[in-house]
Design a protein around this ligand. Structure first.
Ligand SMILES: Nc1ncnc2c1ncn2[C@@H]1O[C@H](COP(=O)(O)OP(=O)(O)OP(=O)(O)O)[C@@H](O)[C@H]1O
Length: 347
């Protein structure tokens, strides 16, 4: 069972939450939120897949079902051949989880103490623990941070610390929920480089949730898009850009104020003083556009902006019927009634 080619199997999975909310002074009414509404997908062993969608789409709920923190309301989930909800502790030894917004490290203790606890909790053989820790310390640049209490770490340092903690027990599957959120460019590059290497060298299967399309572009061969609890797209990132007709934006600083620039490769969508914004198809390279503009206009500086995931998905939606009202995302859910910590600290 454990050597199945598909590391993650999800068949017709649903998760329905019942939310109580005030409806008048004394009355409270119950409402169902279909956070995940019948999704099916596979992730092969050693694959690195992006799982994206707007806020409230159902990404975290899916990941929680894949760890066993949440039990599906319907459908079937298997990870490494294990039913996560039934055998959560057994599965915890085979998976690693990083929630970008929530640390699994001990806040008041030096970073290395959290690692020592993981060593004991997962009963990692001493030699294996040392090798894994040494590798993470080297590749994630943690040497200077091991003695620092976690609460004193910057967000980027803490994130690298969390990623290391999730990997000390050699998980075959790693779930990453927004691992680059709020990080500066250098920290993002470090995290992405590390993940690429981990996947190549260890064959770790990675499911990556992110709002940053550059994470997907640099790491994932395949992307799945979820919205209103349903899978809307599965394929390459380029295919997604095509399906959504999405555009990137070239921001051009000219040496002086000029009328809107004209080129057949893009549309000038905004002009503010000497700065102009040009939209062009996201699947197209910016190089010919840059060359064409530089030939005709006094260009001082340039940058390219990637489309927002929300915009790409909104464009895909323009062609589809609106979702039923009871599937709209809930602006005021129970904050987080999950009683359990994520498996890395609870397994
Ligand atoms: N414990 C809960 N109780 C009630 N509703 C919930 C609960 N957890 C999530 N929801 C609702 O389920 C839907 C999906 O939420 P989920 O957190 O999975 O979305 P997400 O795609 O991870 O969003 P984000 O990008 O904002 O983290 C939302 O409408 C959310 O309000």
């Amino acid at each position: 069972m454990a050597d199945t080619a598909d590391m993650i199997e999800v068949d017709g999975v649903e998760k329905v939450f019942t939310v109580r909310r005030r409806a008048g002074l004394l009355r409270r009414e119950k409402r169902e939120v279909r956070a995940v509404d019948g999704i099916s997908f596979r992730v092969a062993r050693g694959e690195m897949v992006g799982y994206i969608g707007p806020n409230g789409a159902g990404k975290s709920t899916t990941i929680k079902m894949l760890t066993g923190i949440l039990t599906p309301s319907g459908g079937r989930v298997r990870v490494a051949g294990i039913d996560p909800a039934r055998e959560r502790t057994r599965l915890a030894r085979r998976i690693g989880v990083v929630f970008g917004q929530r640390t699994t490290l001990w806040w008041d203790l030096p970073l290395k103490d959290s690692y020592r606890l993981a060593h004991r909790m997962y009963r990692i053989p001493d030699r294996r623990f040392r090798e894994n820790l040494d590798r993470c310390v080297e590749l994630l640049d943690l040497a200077e941070l091991l003695d620092v209490p976690v609460r004193q770490l910057s967000l980027g340092q803490r994130m690298r610390g969390d990623i290391a903690a999730a990997l000390l027990h050699d998980p075959e599957v790693l779930y990453l929920d927004e691992p680059t959120i709020g990080l500066d460019v250098i920290s993002k590059a470090k995290v992405r480089g590390f993940l690429r290497r981990l996947n190549e060298e260890n064959g770790t299967t990675v499911l990556l949730t992110t709002h940053d399309l550059t994470d997907i572009e640099q790491l994932c061969g395949r992307v799945m898009v979820i919205d209103h609890g349903r899978l809307m797209y599965e394929g390459s990132l380029d295919g997604l850009h095509e399906a959504g007709g999405s555009e990137r934006t070239l921001v051009v600083d000219l040496e002086r104020e000029l009328p809107p620039m004209v080129t057949e490769l893009a549309r000038t969508v905004r002009v503010e003083g000497p700065r102009q914004w040009l939209a062009f198809p996201a699947a197209q390279s910016a190089a010919p556009l840059v060359a064409a503009l530089a030939e005709r206009y006094p260009v001082a500086d340039l940058s390219v902006r990637e489309p927002e995931i929300e915009t790409v998905i909104a464009k895909m939606y323009a062609e589809r019927p609106a979702p039923a009202p009871d599937q709209e995302s809930d602006p005021d859910p129970d904050p987080d009634p999950d009683p359990d910590p994520v498996p890395v600290s609870g397994g």
